[in-house]
Design a protein around this ligand. Structure first.
Ligand SMILES: N[C@@H](CCC(=O)N[C@@H](CS)C(=O)NCC(=O)O)C(=O)O
Length: 144
C-alpha cells in the first residue's frame, strides 16, 4: 500500500511542483521595512543562520514566508537535491527532516532547530517588529 501511495505521488509530482511553486509565489508576504541601520544589524545577525529545506515542502514554504515577512537574509540550502546539504543536515541535526534551522550561537556552539512552528516562533522572537533590537550599531562602533 505504501509503495502504491509513493508511486501515486511520484507520478503527480511533475504536475504538482509548478502549482505549489506558483502558490508559494502568489502567497508570499510583503517584507517589513526597517530603517537602514536596523536592517544592517539584522543582516549581521542572520549570517549565523542557515535554513535547510525542500523547495516544495509546505512546512518549508510556511517558514520561508515568515523569513520573507521579517525581511531576513537567511541562506537557504536545498537538502532534497543537494547531496552535500543533505549530508550536513543528517550529520549535524541527526535526521533528514525539513525545515531545519542551523543556528550558530554567540559562543560558537551550533544548534539545529527542527519544526516549522518552533523556527517561526524563534525568528519572530528575535526579529519581530515588536522586538526591541537594542543598540544596532556594530560592536566596534559601540562605546565601552
Ligand atoms: N511537523 C514538521 C513536519 C516536517 C515534515 O514532515 N517535513 C517533511 C517534508 S514536507 C520531511 O522532511 N520529510 C522527510 C523526507 O521527505 O525525507 C514541521 O512542521 O516542520
Amino acid at each position: 500500500m505504501r509503495i502504491l501511495i509513493r508511486l501515486f505521488f511520484r507520478t503527480l509530482r511533475p504536475f504538482l511542483t509548478p502549482v505549489v511553486l506558483l502558490v508559494d509565489r502568489l502567497a508570499a508576504p510583503t517584507p517589513v521595512q526597517r530603517p537602514e541601520p536596523e536592517q544592517e544589524y539584522v543582516d549581521r545577525q542572520t549570517r549565523a543562520l542557515t535554513l535547510y529545506q525542500f523547495k516544495t515542502c509546505p512546512f518549508c514554504i510556511k517558514t520561508r514566508h515568515a523569513i520573507r515577512r521579517l525581511a531576513l537574509n537567511i541562506e537557504l540550502r536545498n537538502a532534497q537535491h543537494d547531496p552535500v546539504s543533505r549530508e550536513e543536515l543528517l550529520a549535524g541535526g541527526g535526521e533528514v527532516k525539513v525545515p531545519c534551522l542551523r543556528i550558530v550561537e554567540e559562543d560558537g556552539s551550533v544548534r539545529w532547530m527542527y519544526e516549522s512552528s518552533d523556527i517561526i516562533d524563534y525568528l519572530d522572537g528575535r526579529f519581530g517588529t515588536e522586538v526591541d533590537l537594542g543598540d544596532t550599531r556594530p560592536l566596534s562602533n559601540q562605546a565601552d
